[in-house]
Design a binder for this molecule. Sequence first.
Ligand SMILES: [Zn+2]
Length: 282
Amino acid sequence: MGHNSELSPSSQAHLQHNNHSYLPIVEPDDAQVHELKNLLHHSHRTVVLSGAGMSTESGIPDFRSENGFWDNEDLLAMMSDAYLDAHPEDFWVHFKKAFMNPKFMAALPNEGHLALAELAAVGKQVKIFTQNIDGLHQMAGSMNVYELHGNIRHAYCPKCHNRYGITHITADEVPYCTYYDMKGNECASVLHPDVVLFDQMVRHMDEAFDAVVRADLLLILGTSLSVDPVASLPQFVSHGHKLAIINLEDTYMDERADLVIHASVGRTVHRAVEELLSLPGY
Ligand SMILES: [Zn+2]
C-alpha cells in the first residue's frame, strides 16, 4: 500500500492486513500529527484509554454500532452473569456467535498497537487501560495493560478457579472444566469467560483513576466516552496536564482537550510515533 514504515520489521505485514480493514483509513493532517508528536515527546507519564476505535483498523467491528447488537435487548440480557448461571450451555452458544467469530479471533495488532508498544520500548512510561477484550495491545508487545472488560482469550472455572486458554475454549461448543480432584472426580463445571458481562463491574477502575490523576498526558484513543464509569475518567486529568483525543466522532470532552484529532486511531498514533522516533535521542 506504499506506506513507508520504520517502526518494526513486522509493521509491513500488519499494513497488508489493514488492506482488509473494516473501515477506510481516515488520515490525520500533518500539523495534528506534529502536535501529537510534541505531546508524546514532552510526556514522562502517558496514560492511554483505548476503546473499539483502536481495533477497527485490525478488522474488529465496533459492537456498539454493528448489527444493532446493543439494541437487541434479548441478546444483551443473555450476555449476563445471571443468564450464564441459569442457562450455561445456551449462554456459550450465543456468546461465541456474538464475540468469537473467526474474523475477530484472527485479528492482528495494527500499526497503532505496535506504535504504543514501541513507545514503551524506547523508554517512555506508558500505561494502557483498554475497554477492548481482543488482547491486541499485549499481542503487539505492550506490557502495562489493564483490561477493564477482561479478555476473550481466557476463561476460568467458577468452582475450582482453574484457568483455561483459547484452545480449550474453542475445542467444544460449550467449554467445561477438565480438572480432576485428589479422589479422581472431574470438576466438569461450565467455564466462565474472563470478560465483564453486562451485569458485572468494570475492572481496575481504582488503578485507572489513580493513573489518570498522575498522568502528564492522557491519550483517549478510539472511544466516544459515552458509557460510565470509563467516560468520566478524562475529567480527572490534573490541572496543567495534557489531554489528547483521537477518535472518528466527537466526544463530550473535545472542548476541554489540548488536541483533538478526528482520524483513524492506528494511523494517527503510528505517524506521530514514527516522527517522534526520528528525533535525536530516541
Ligand atoms: Zn473446575
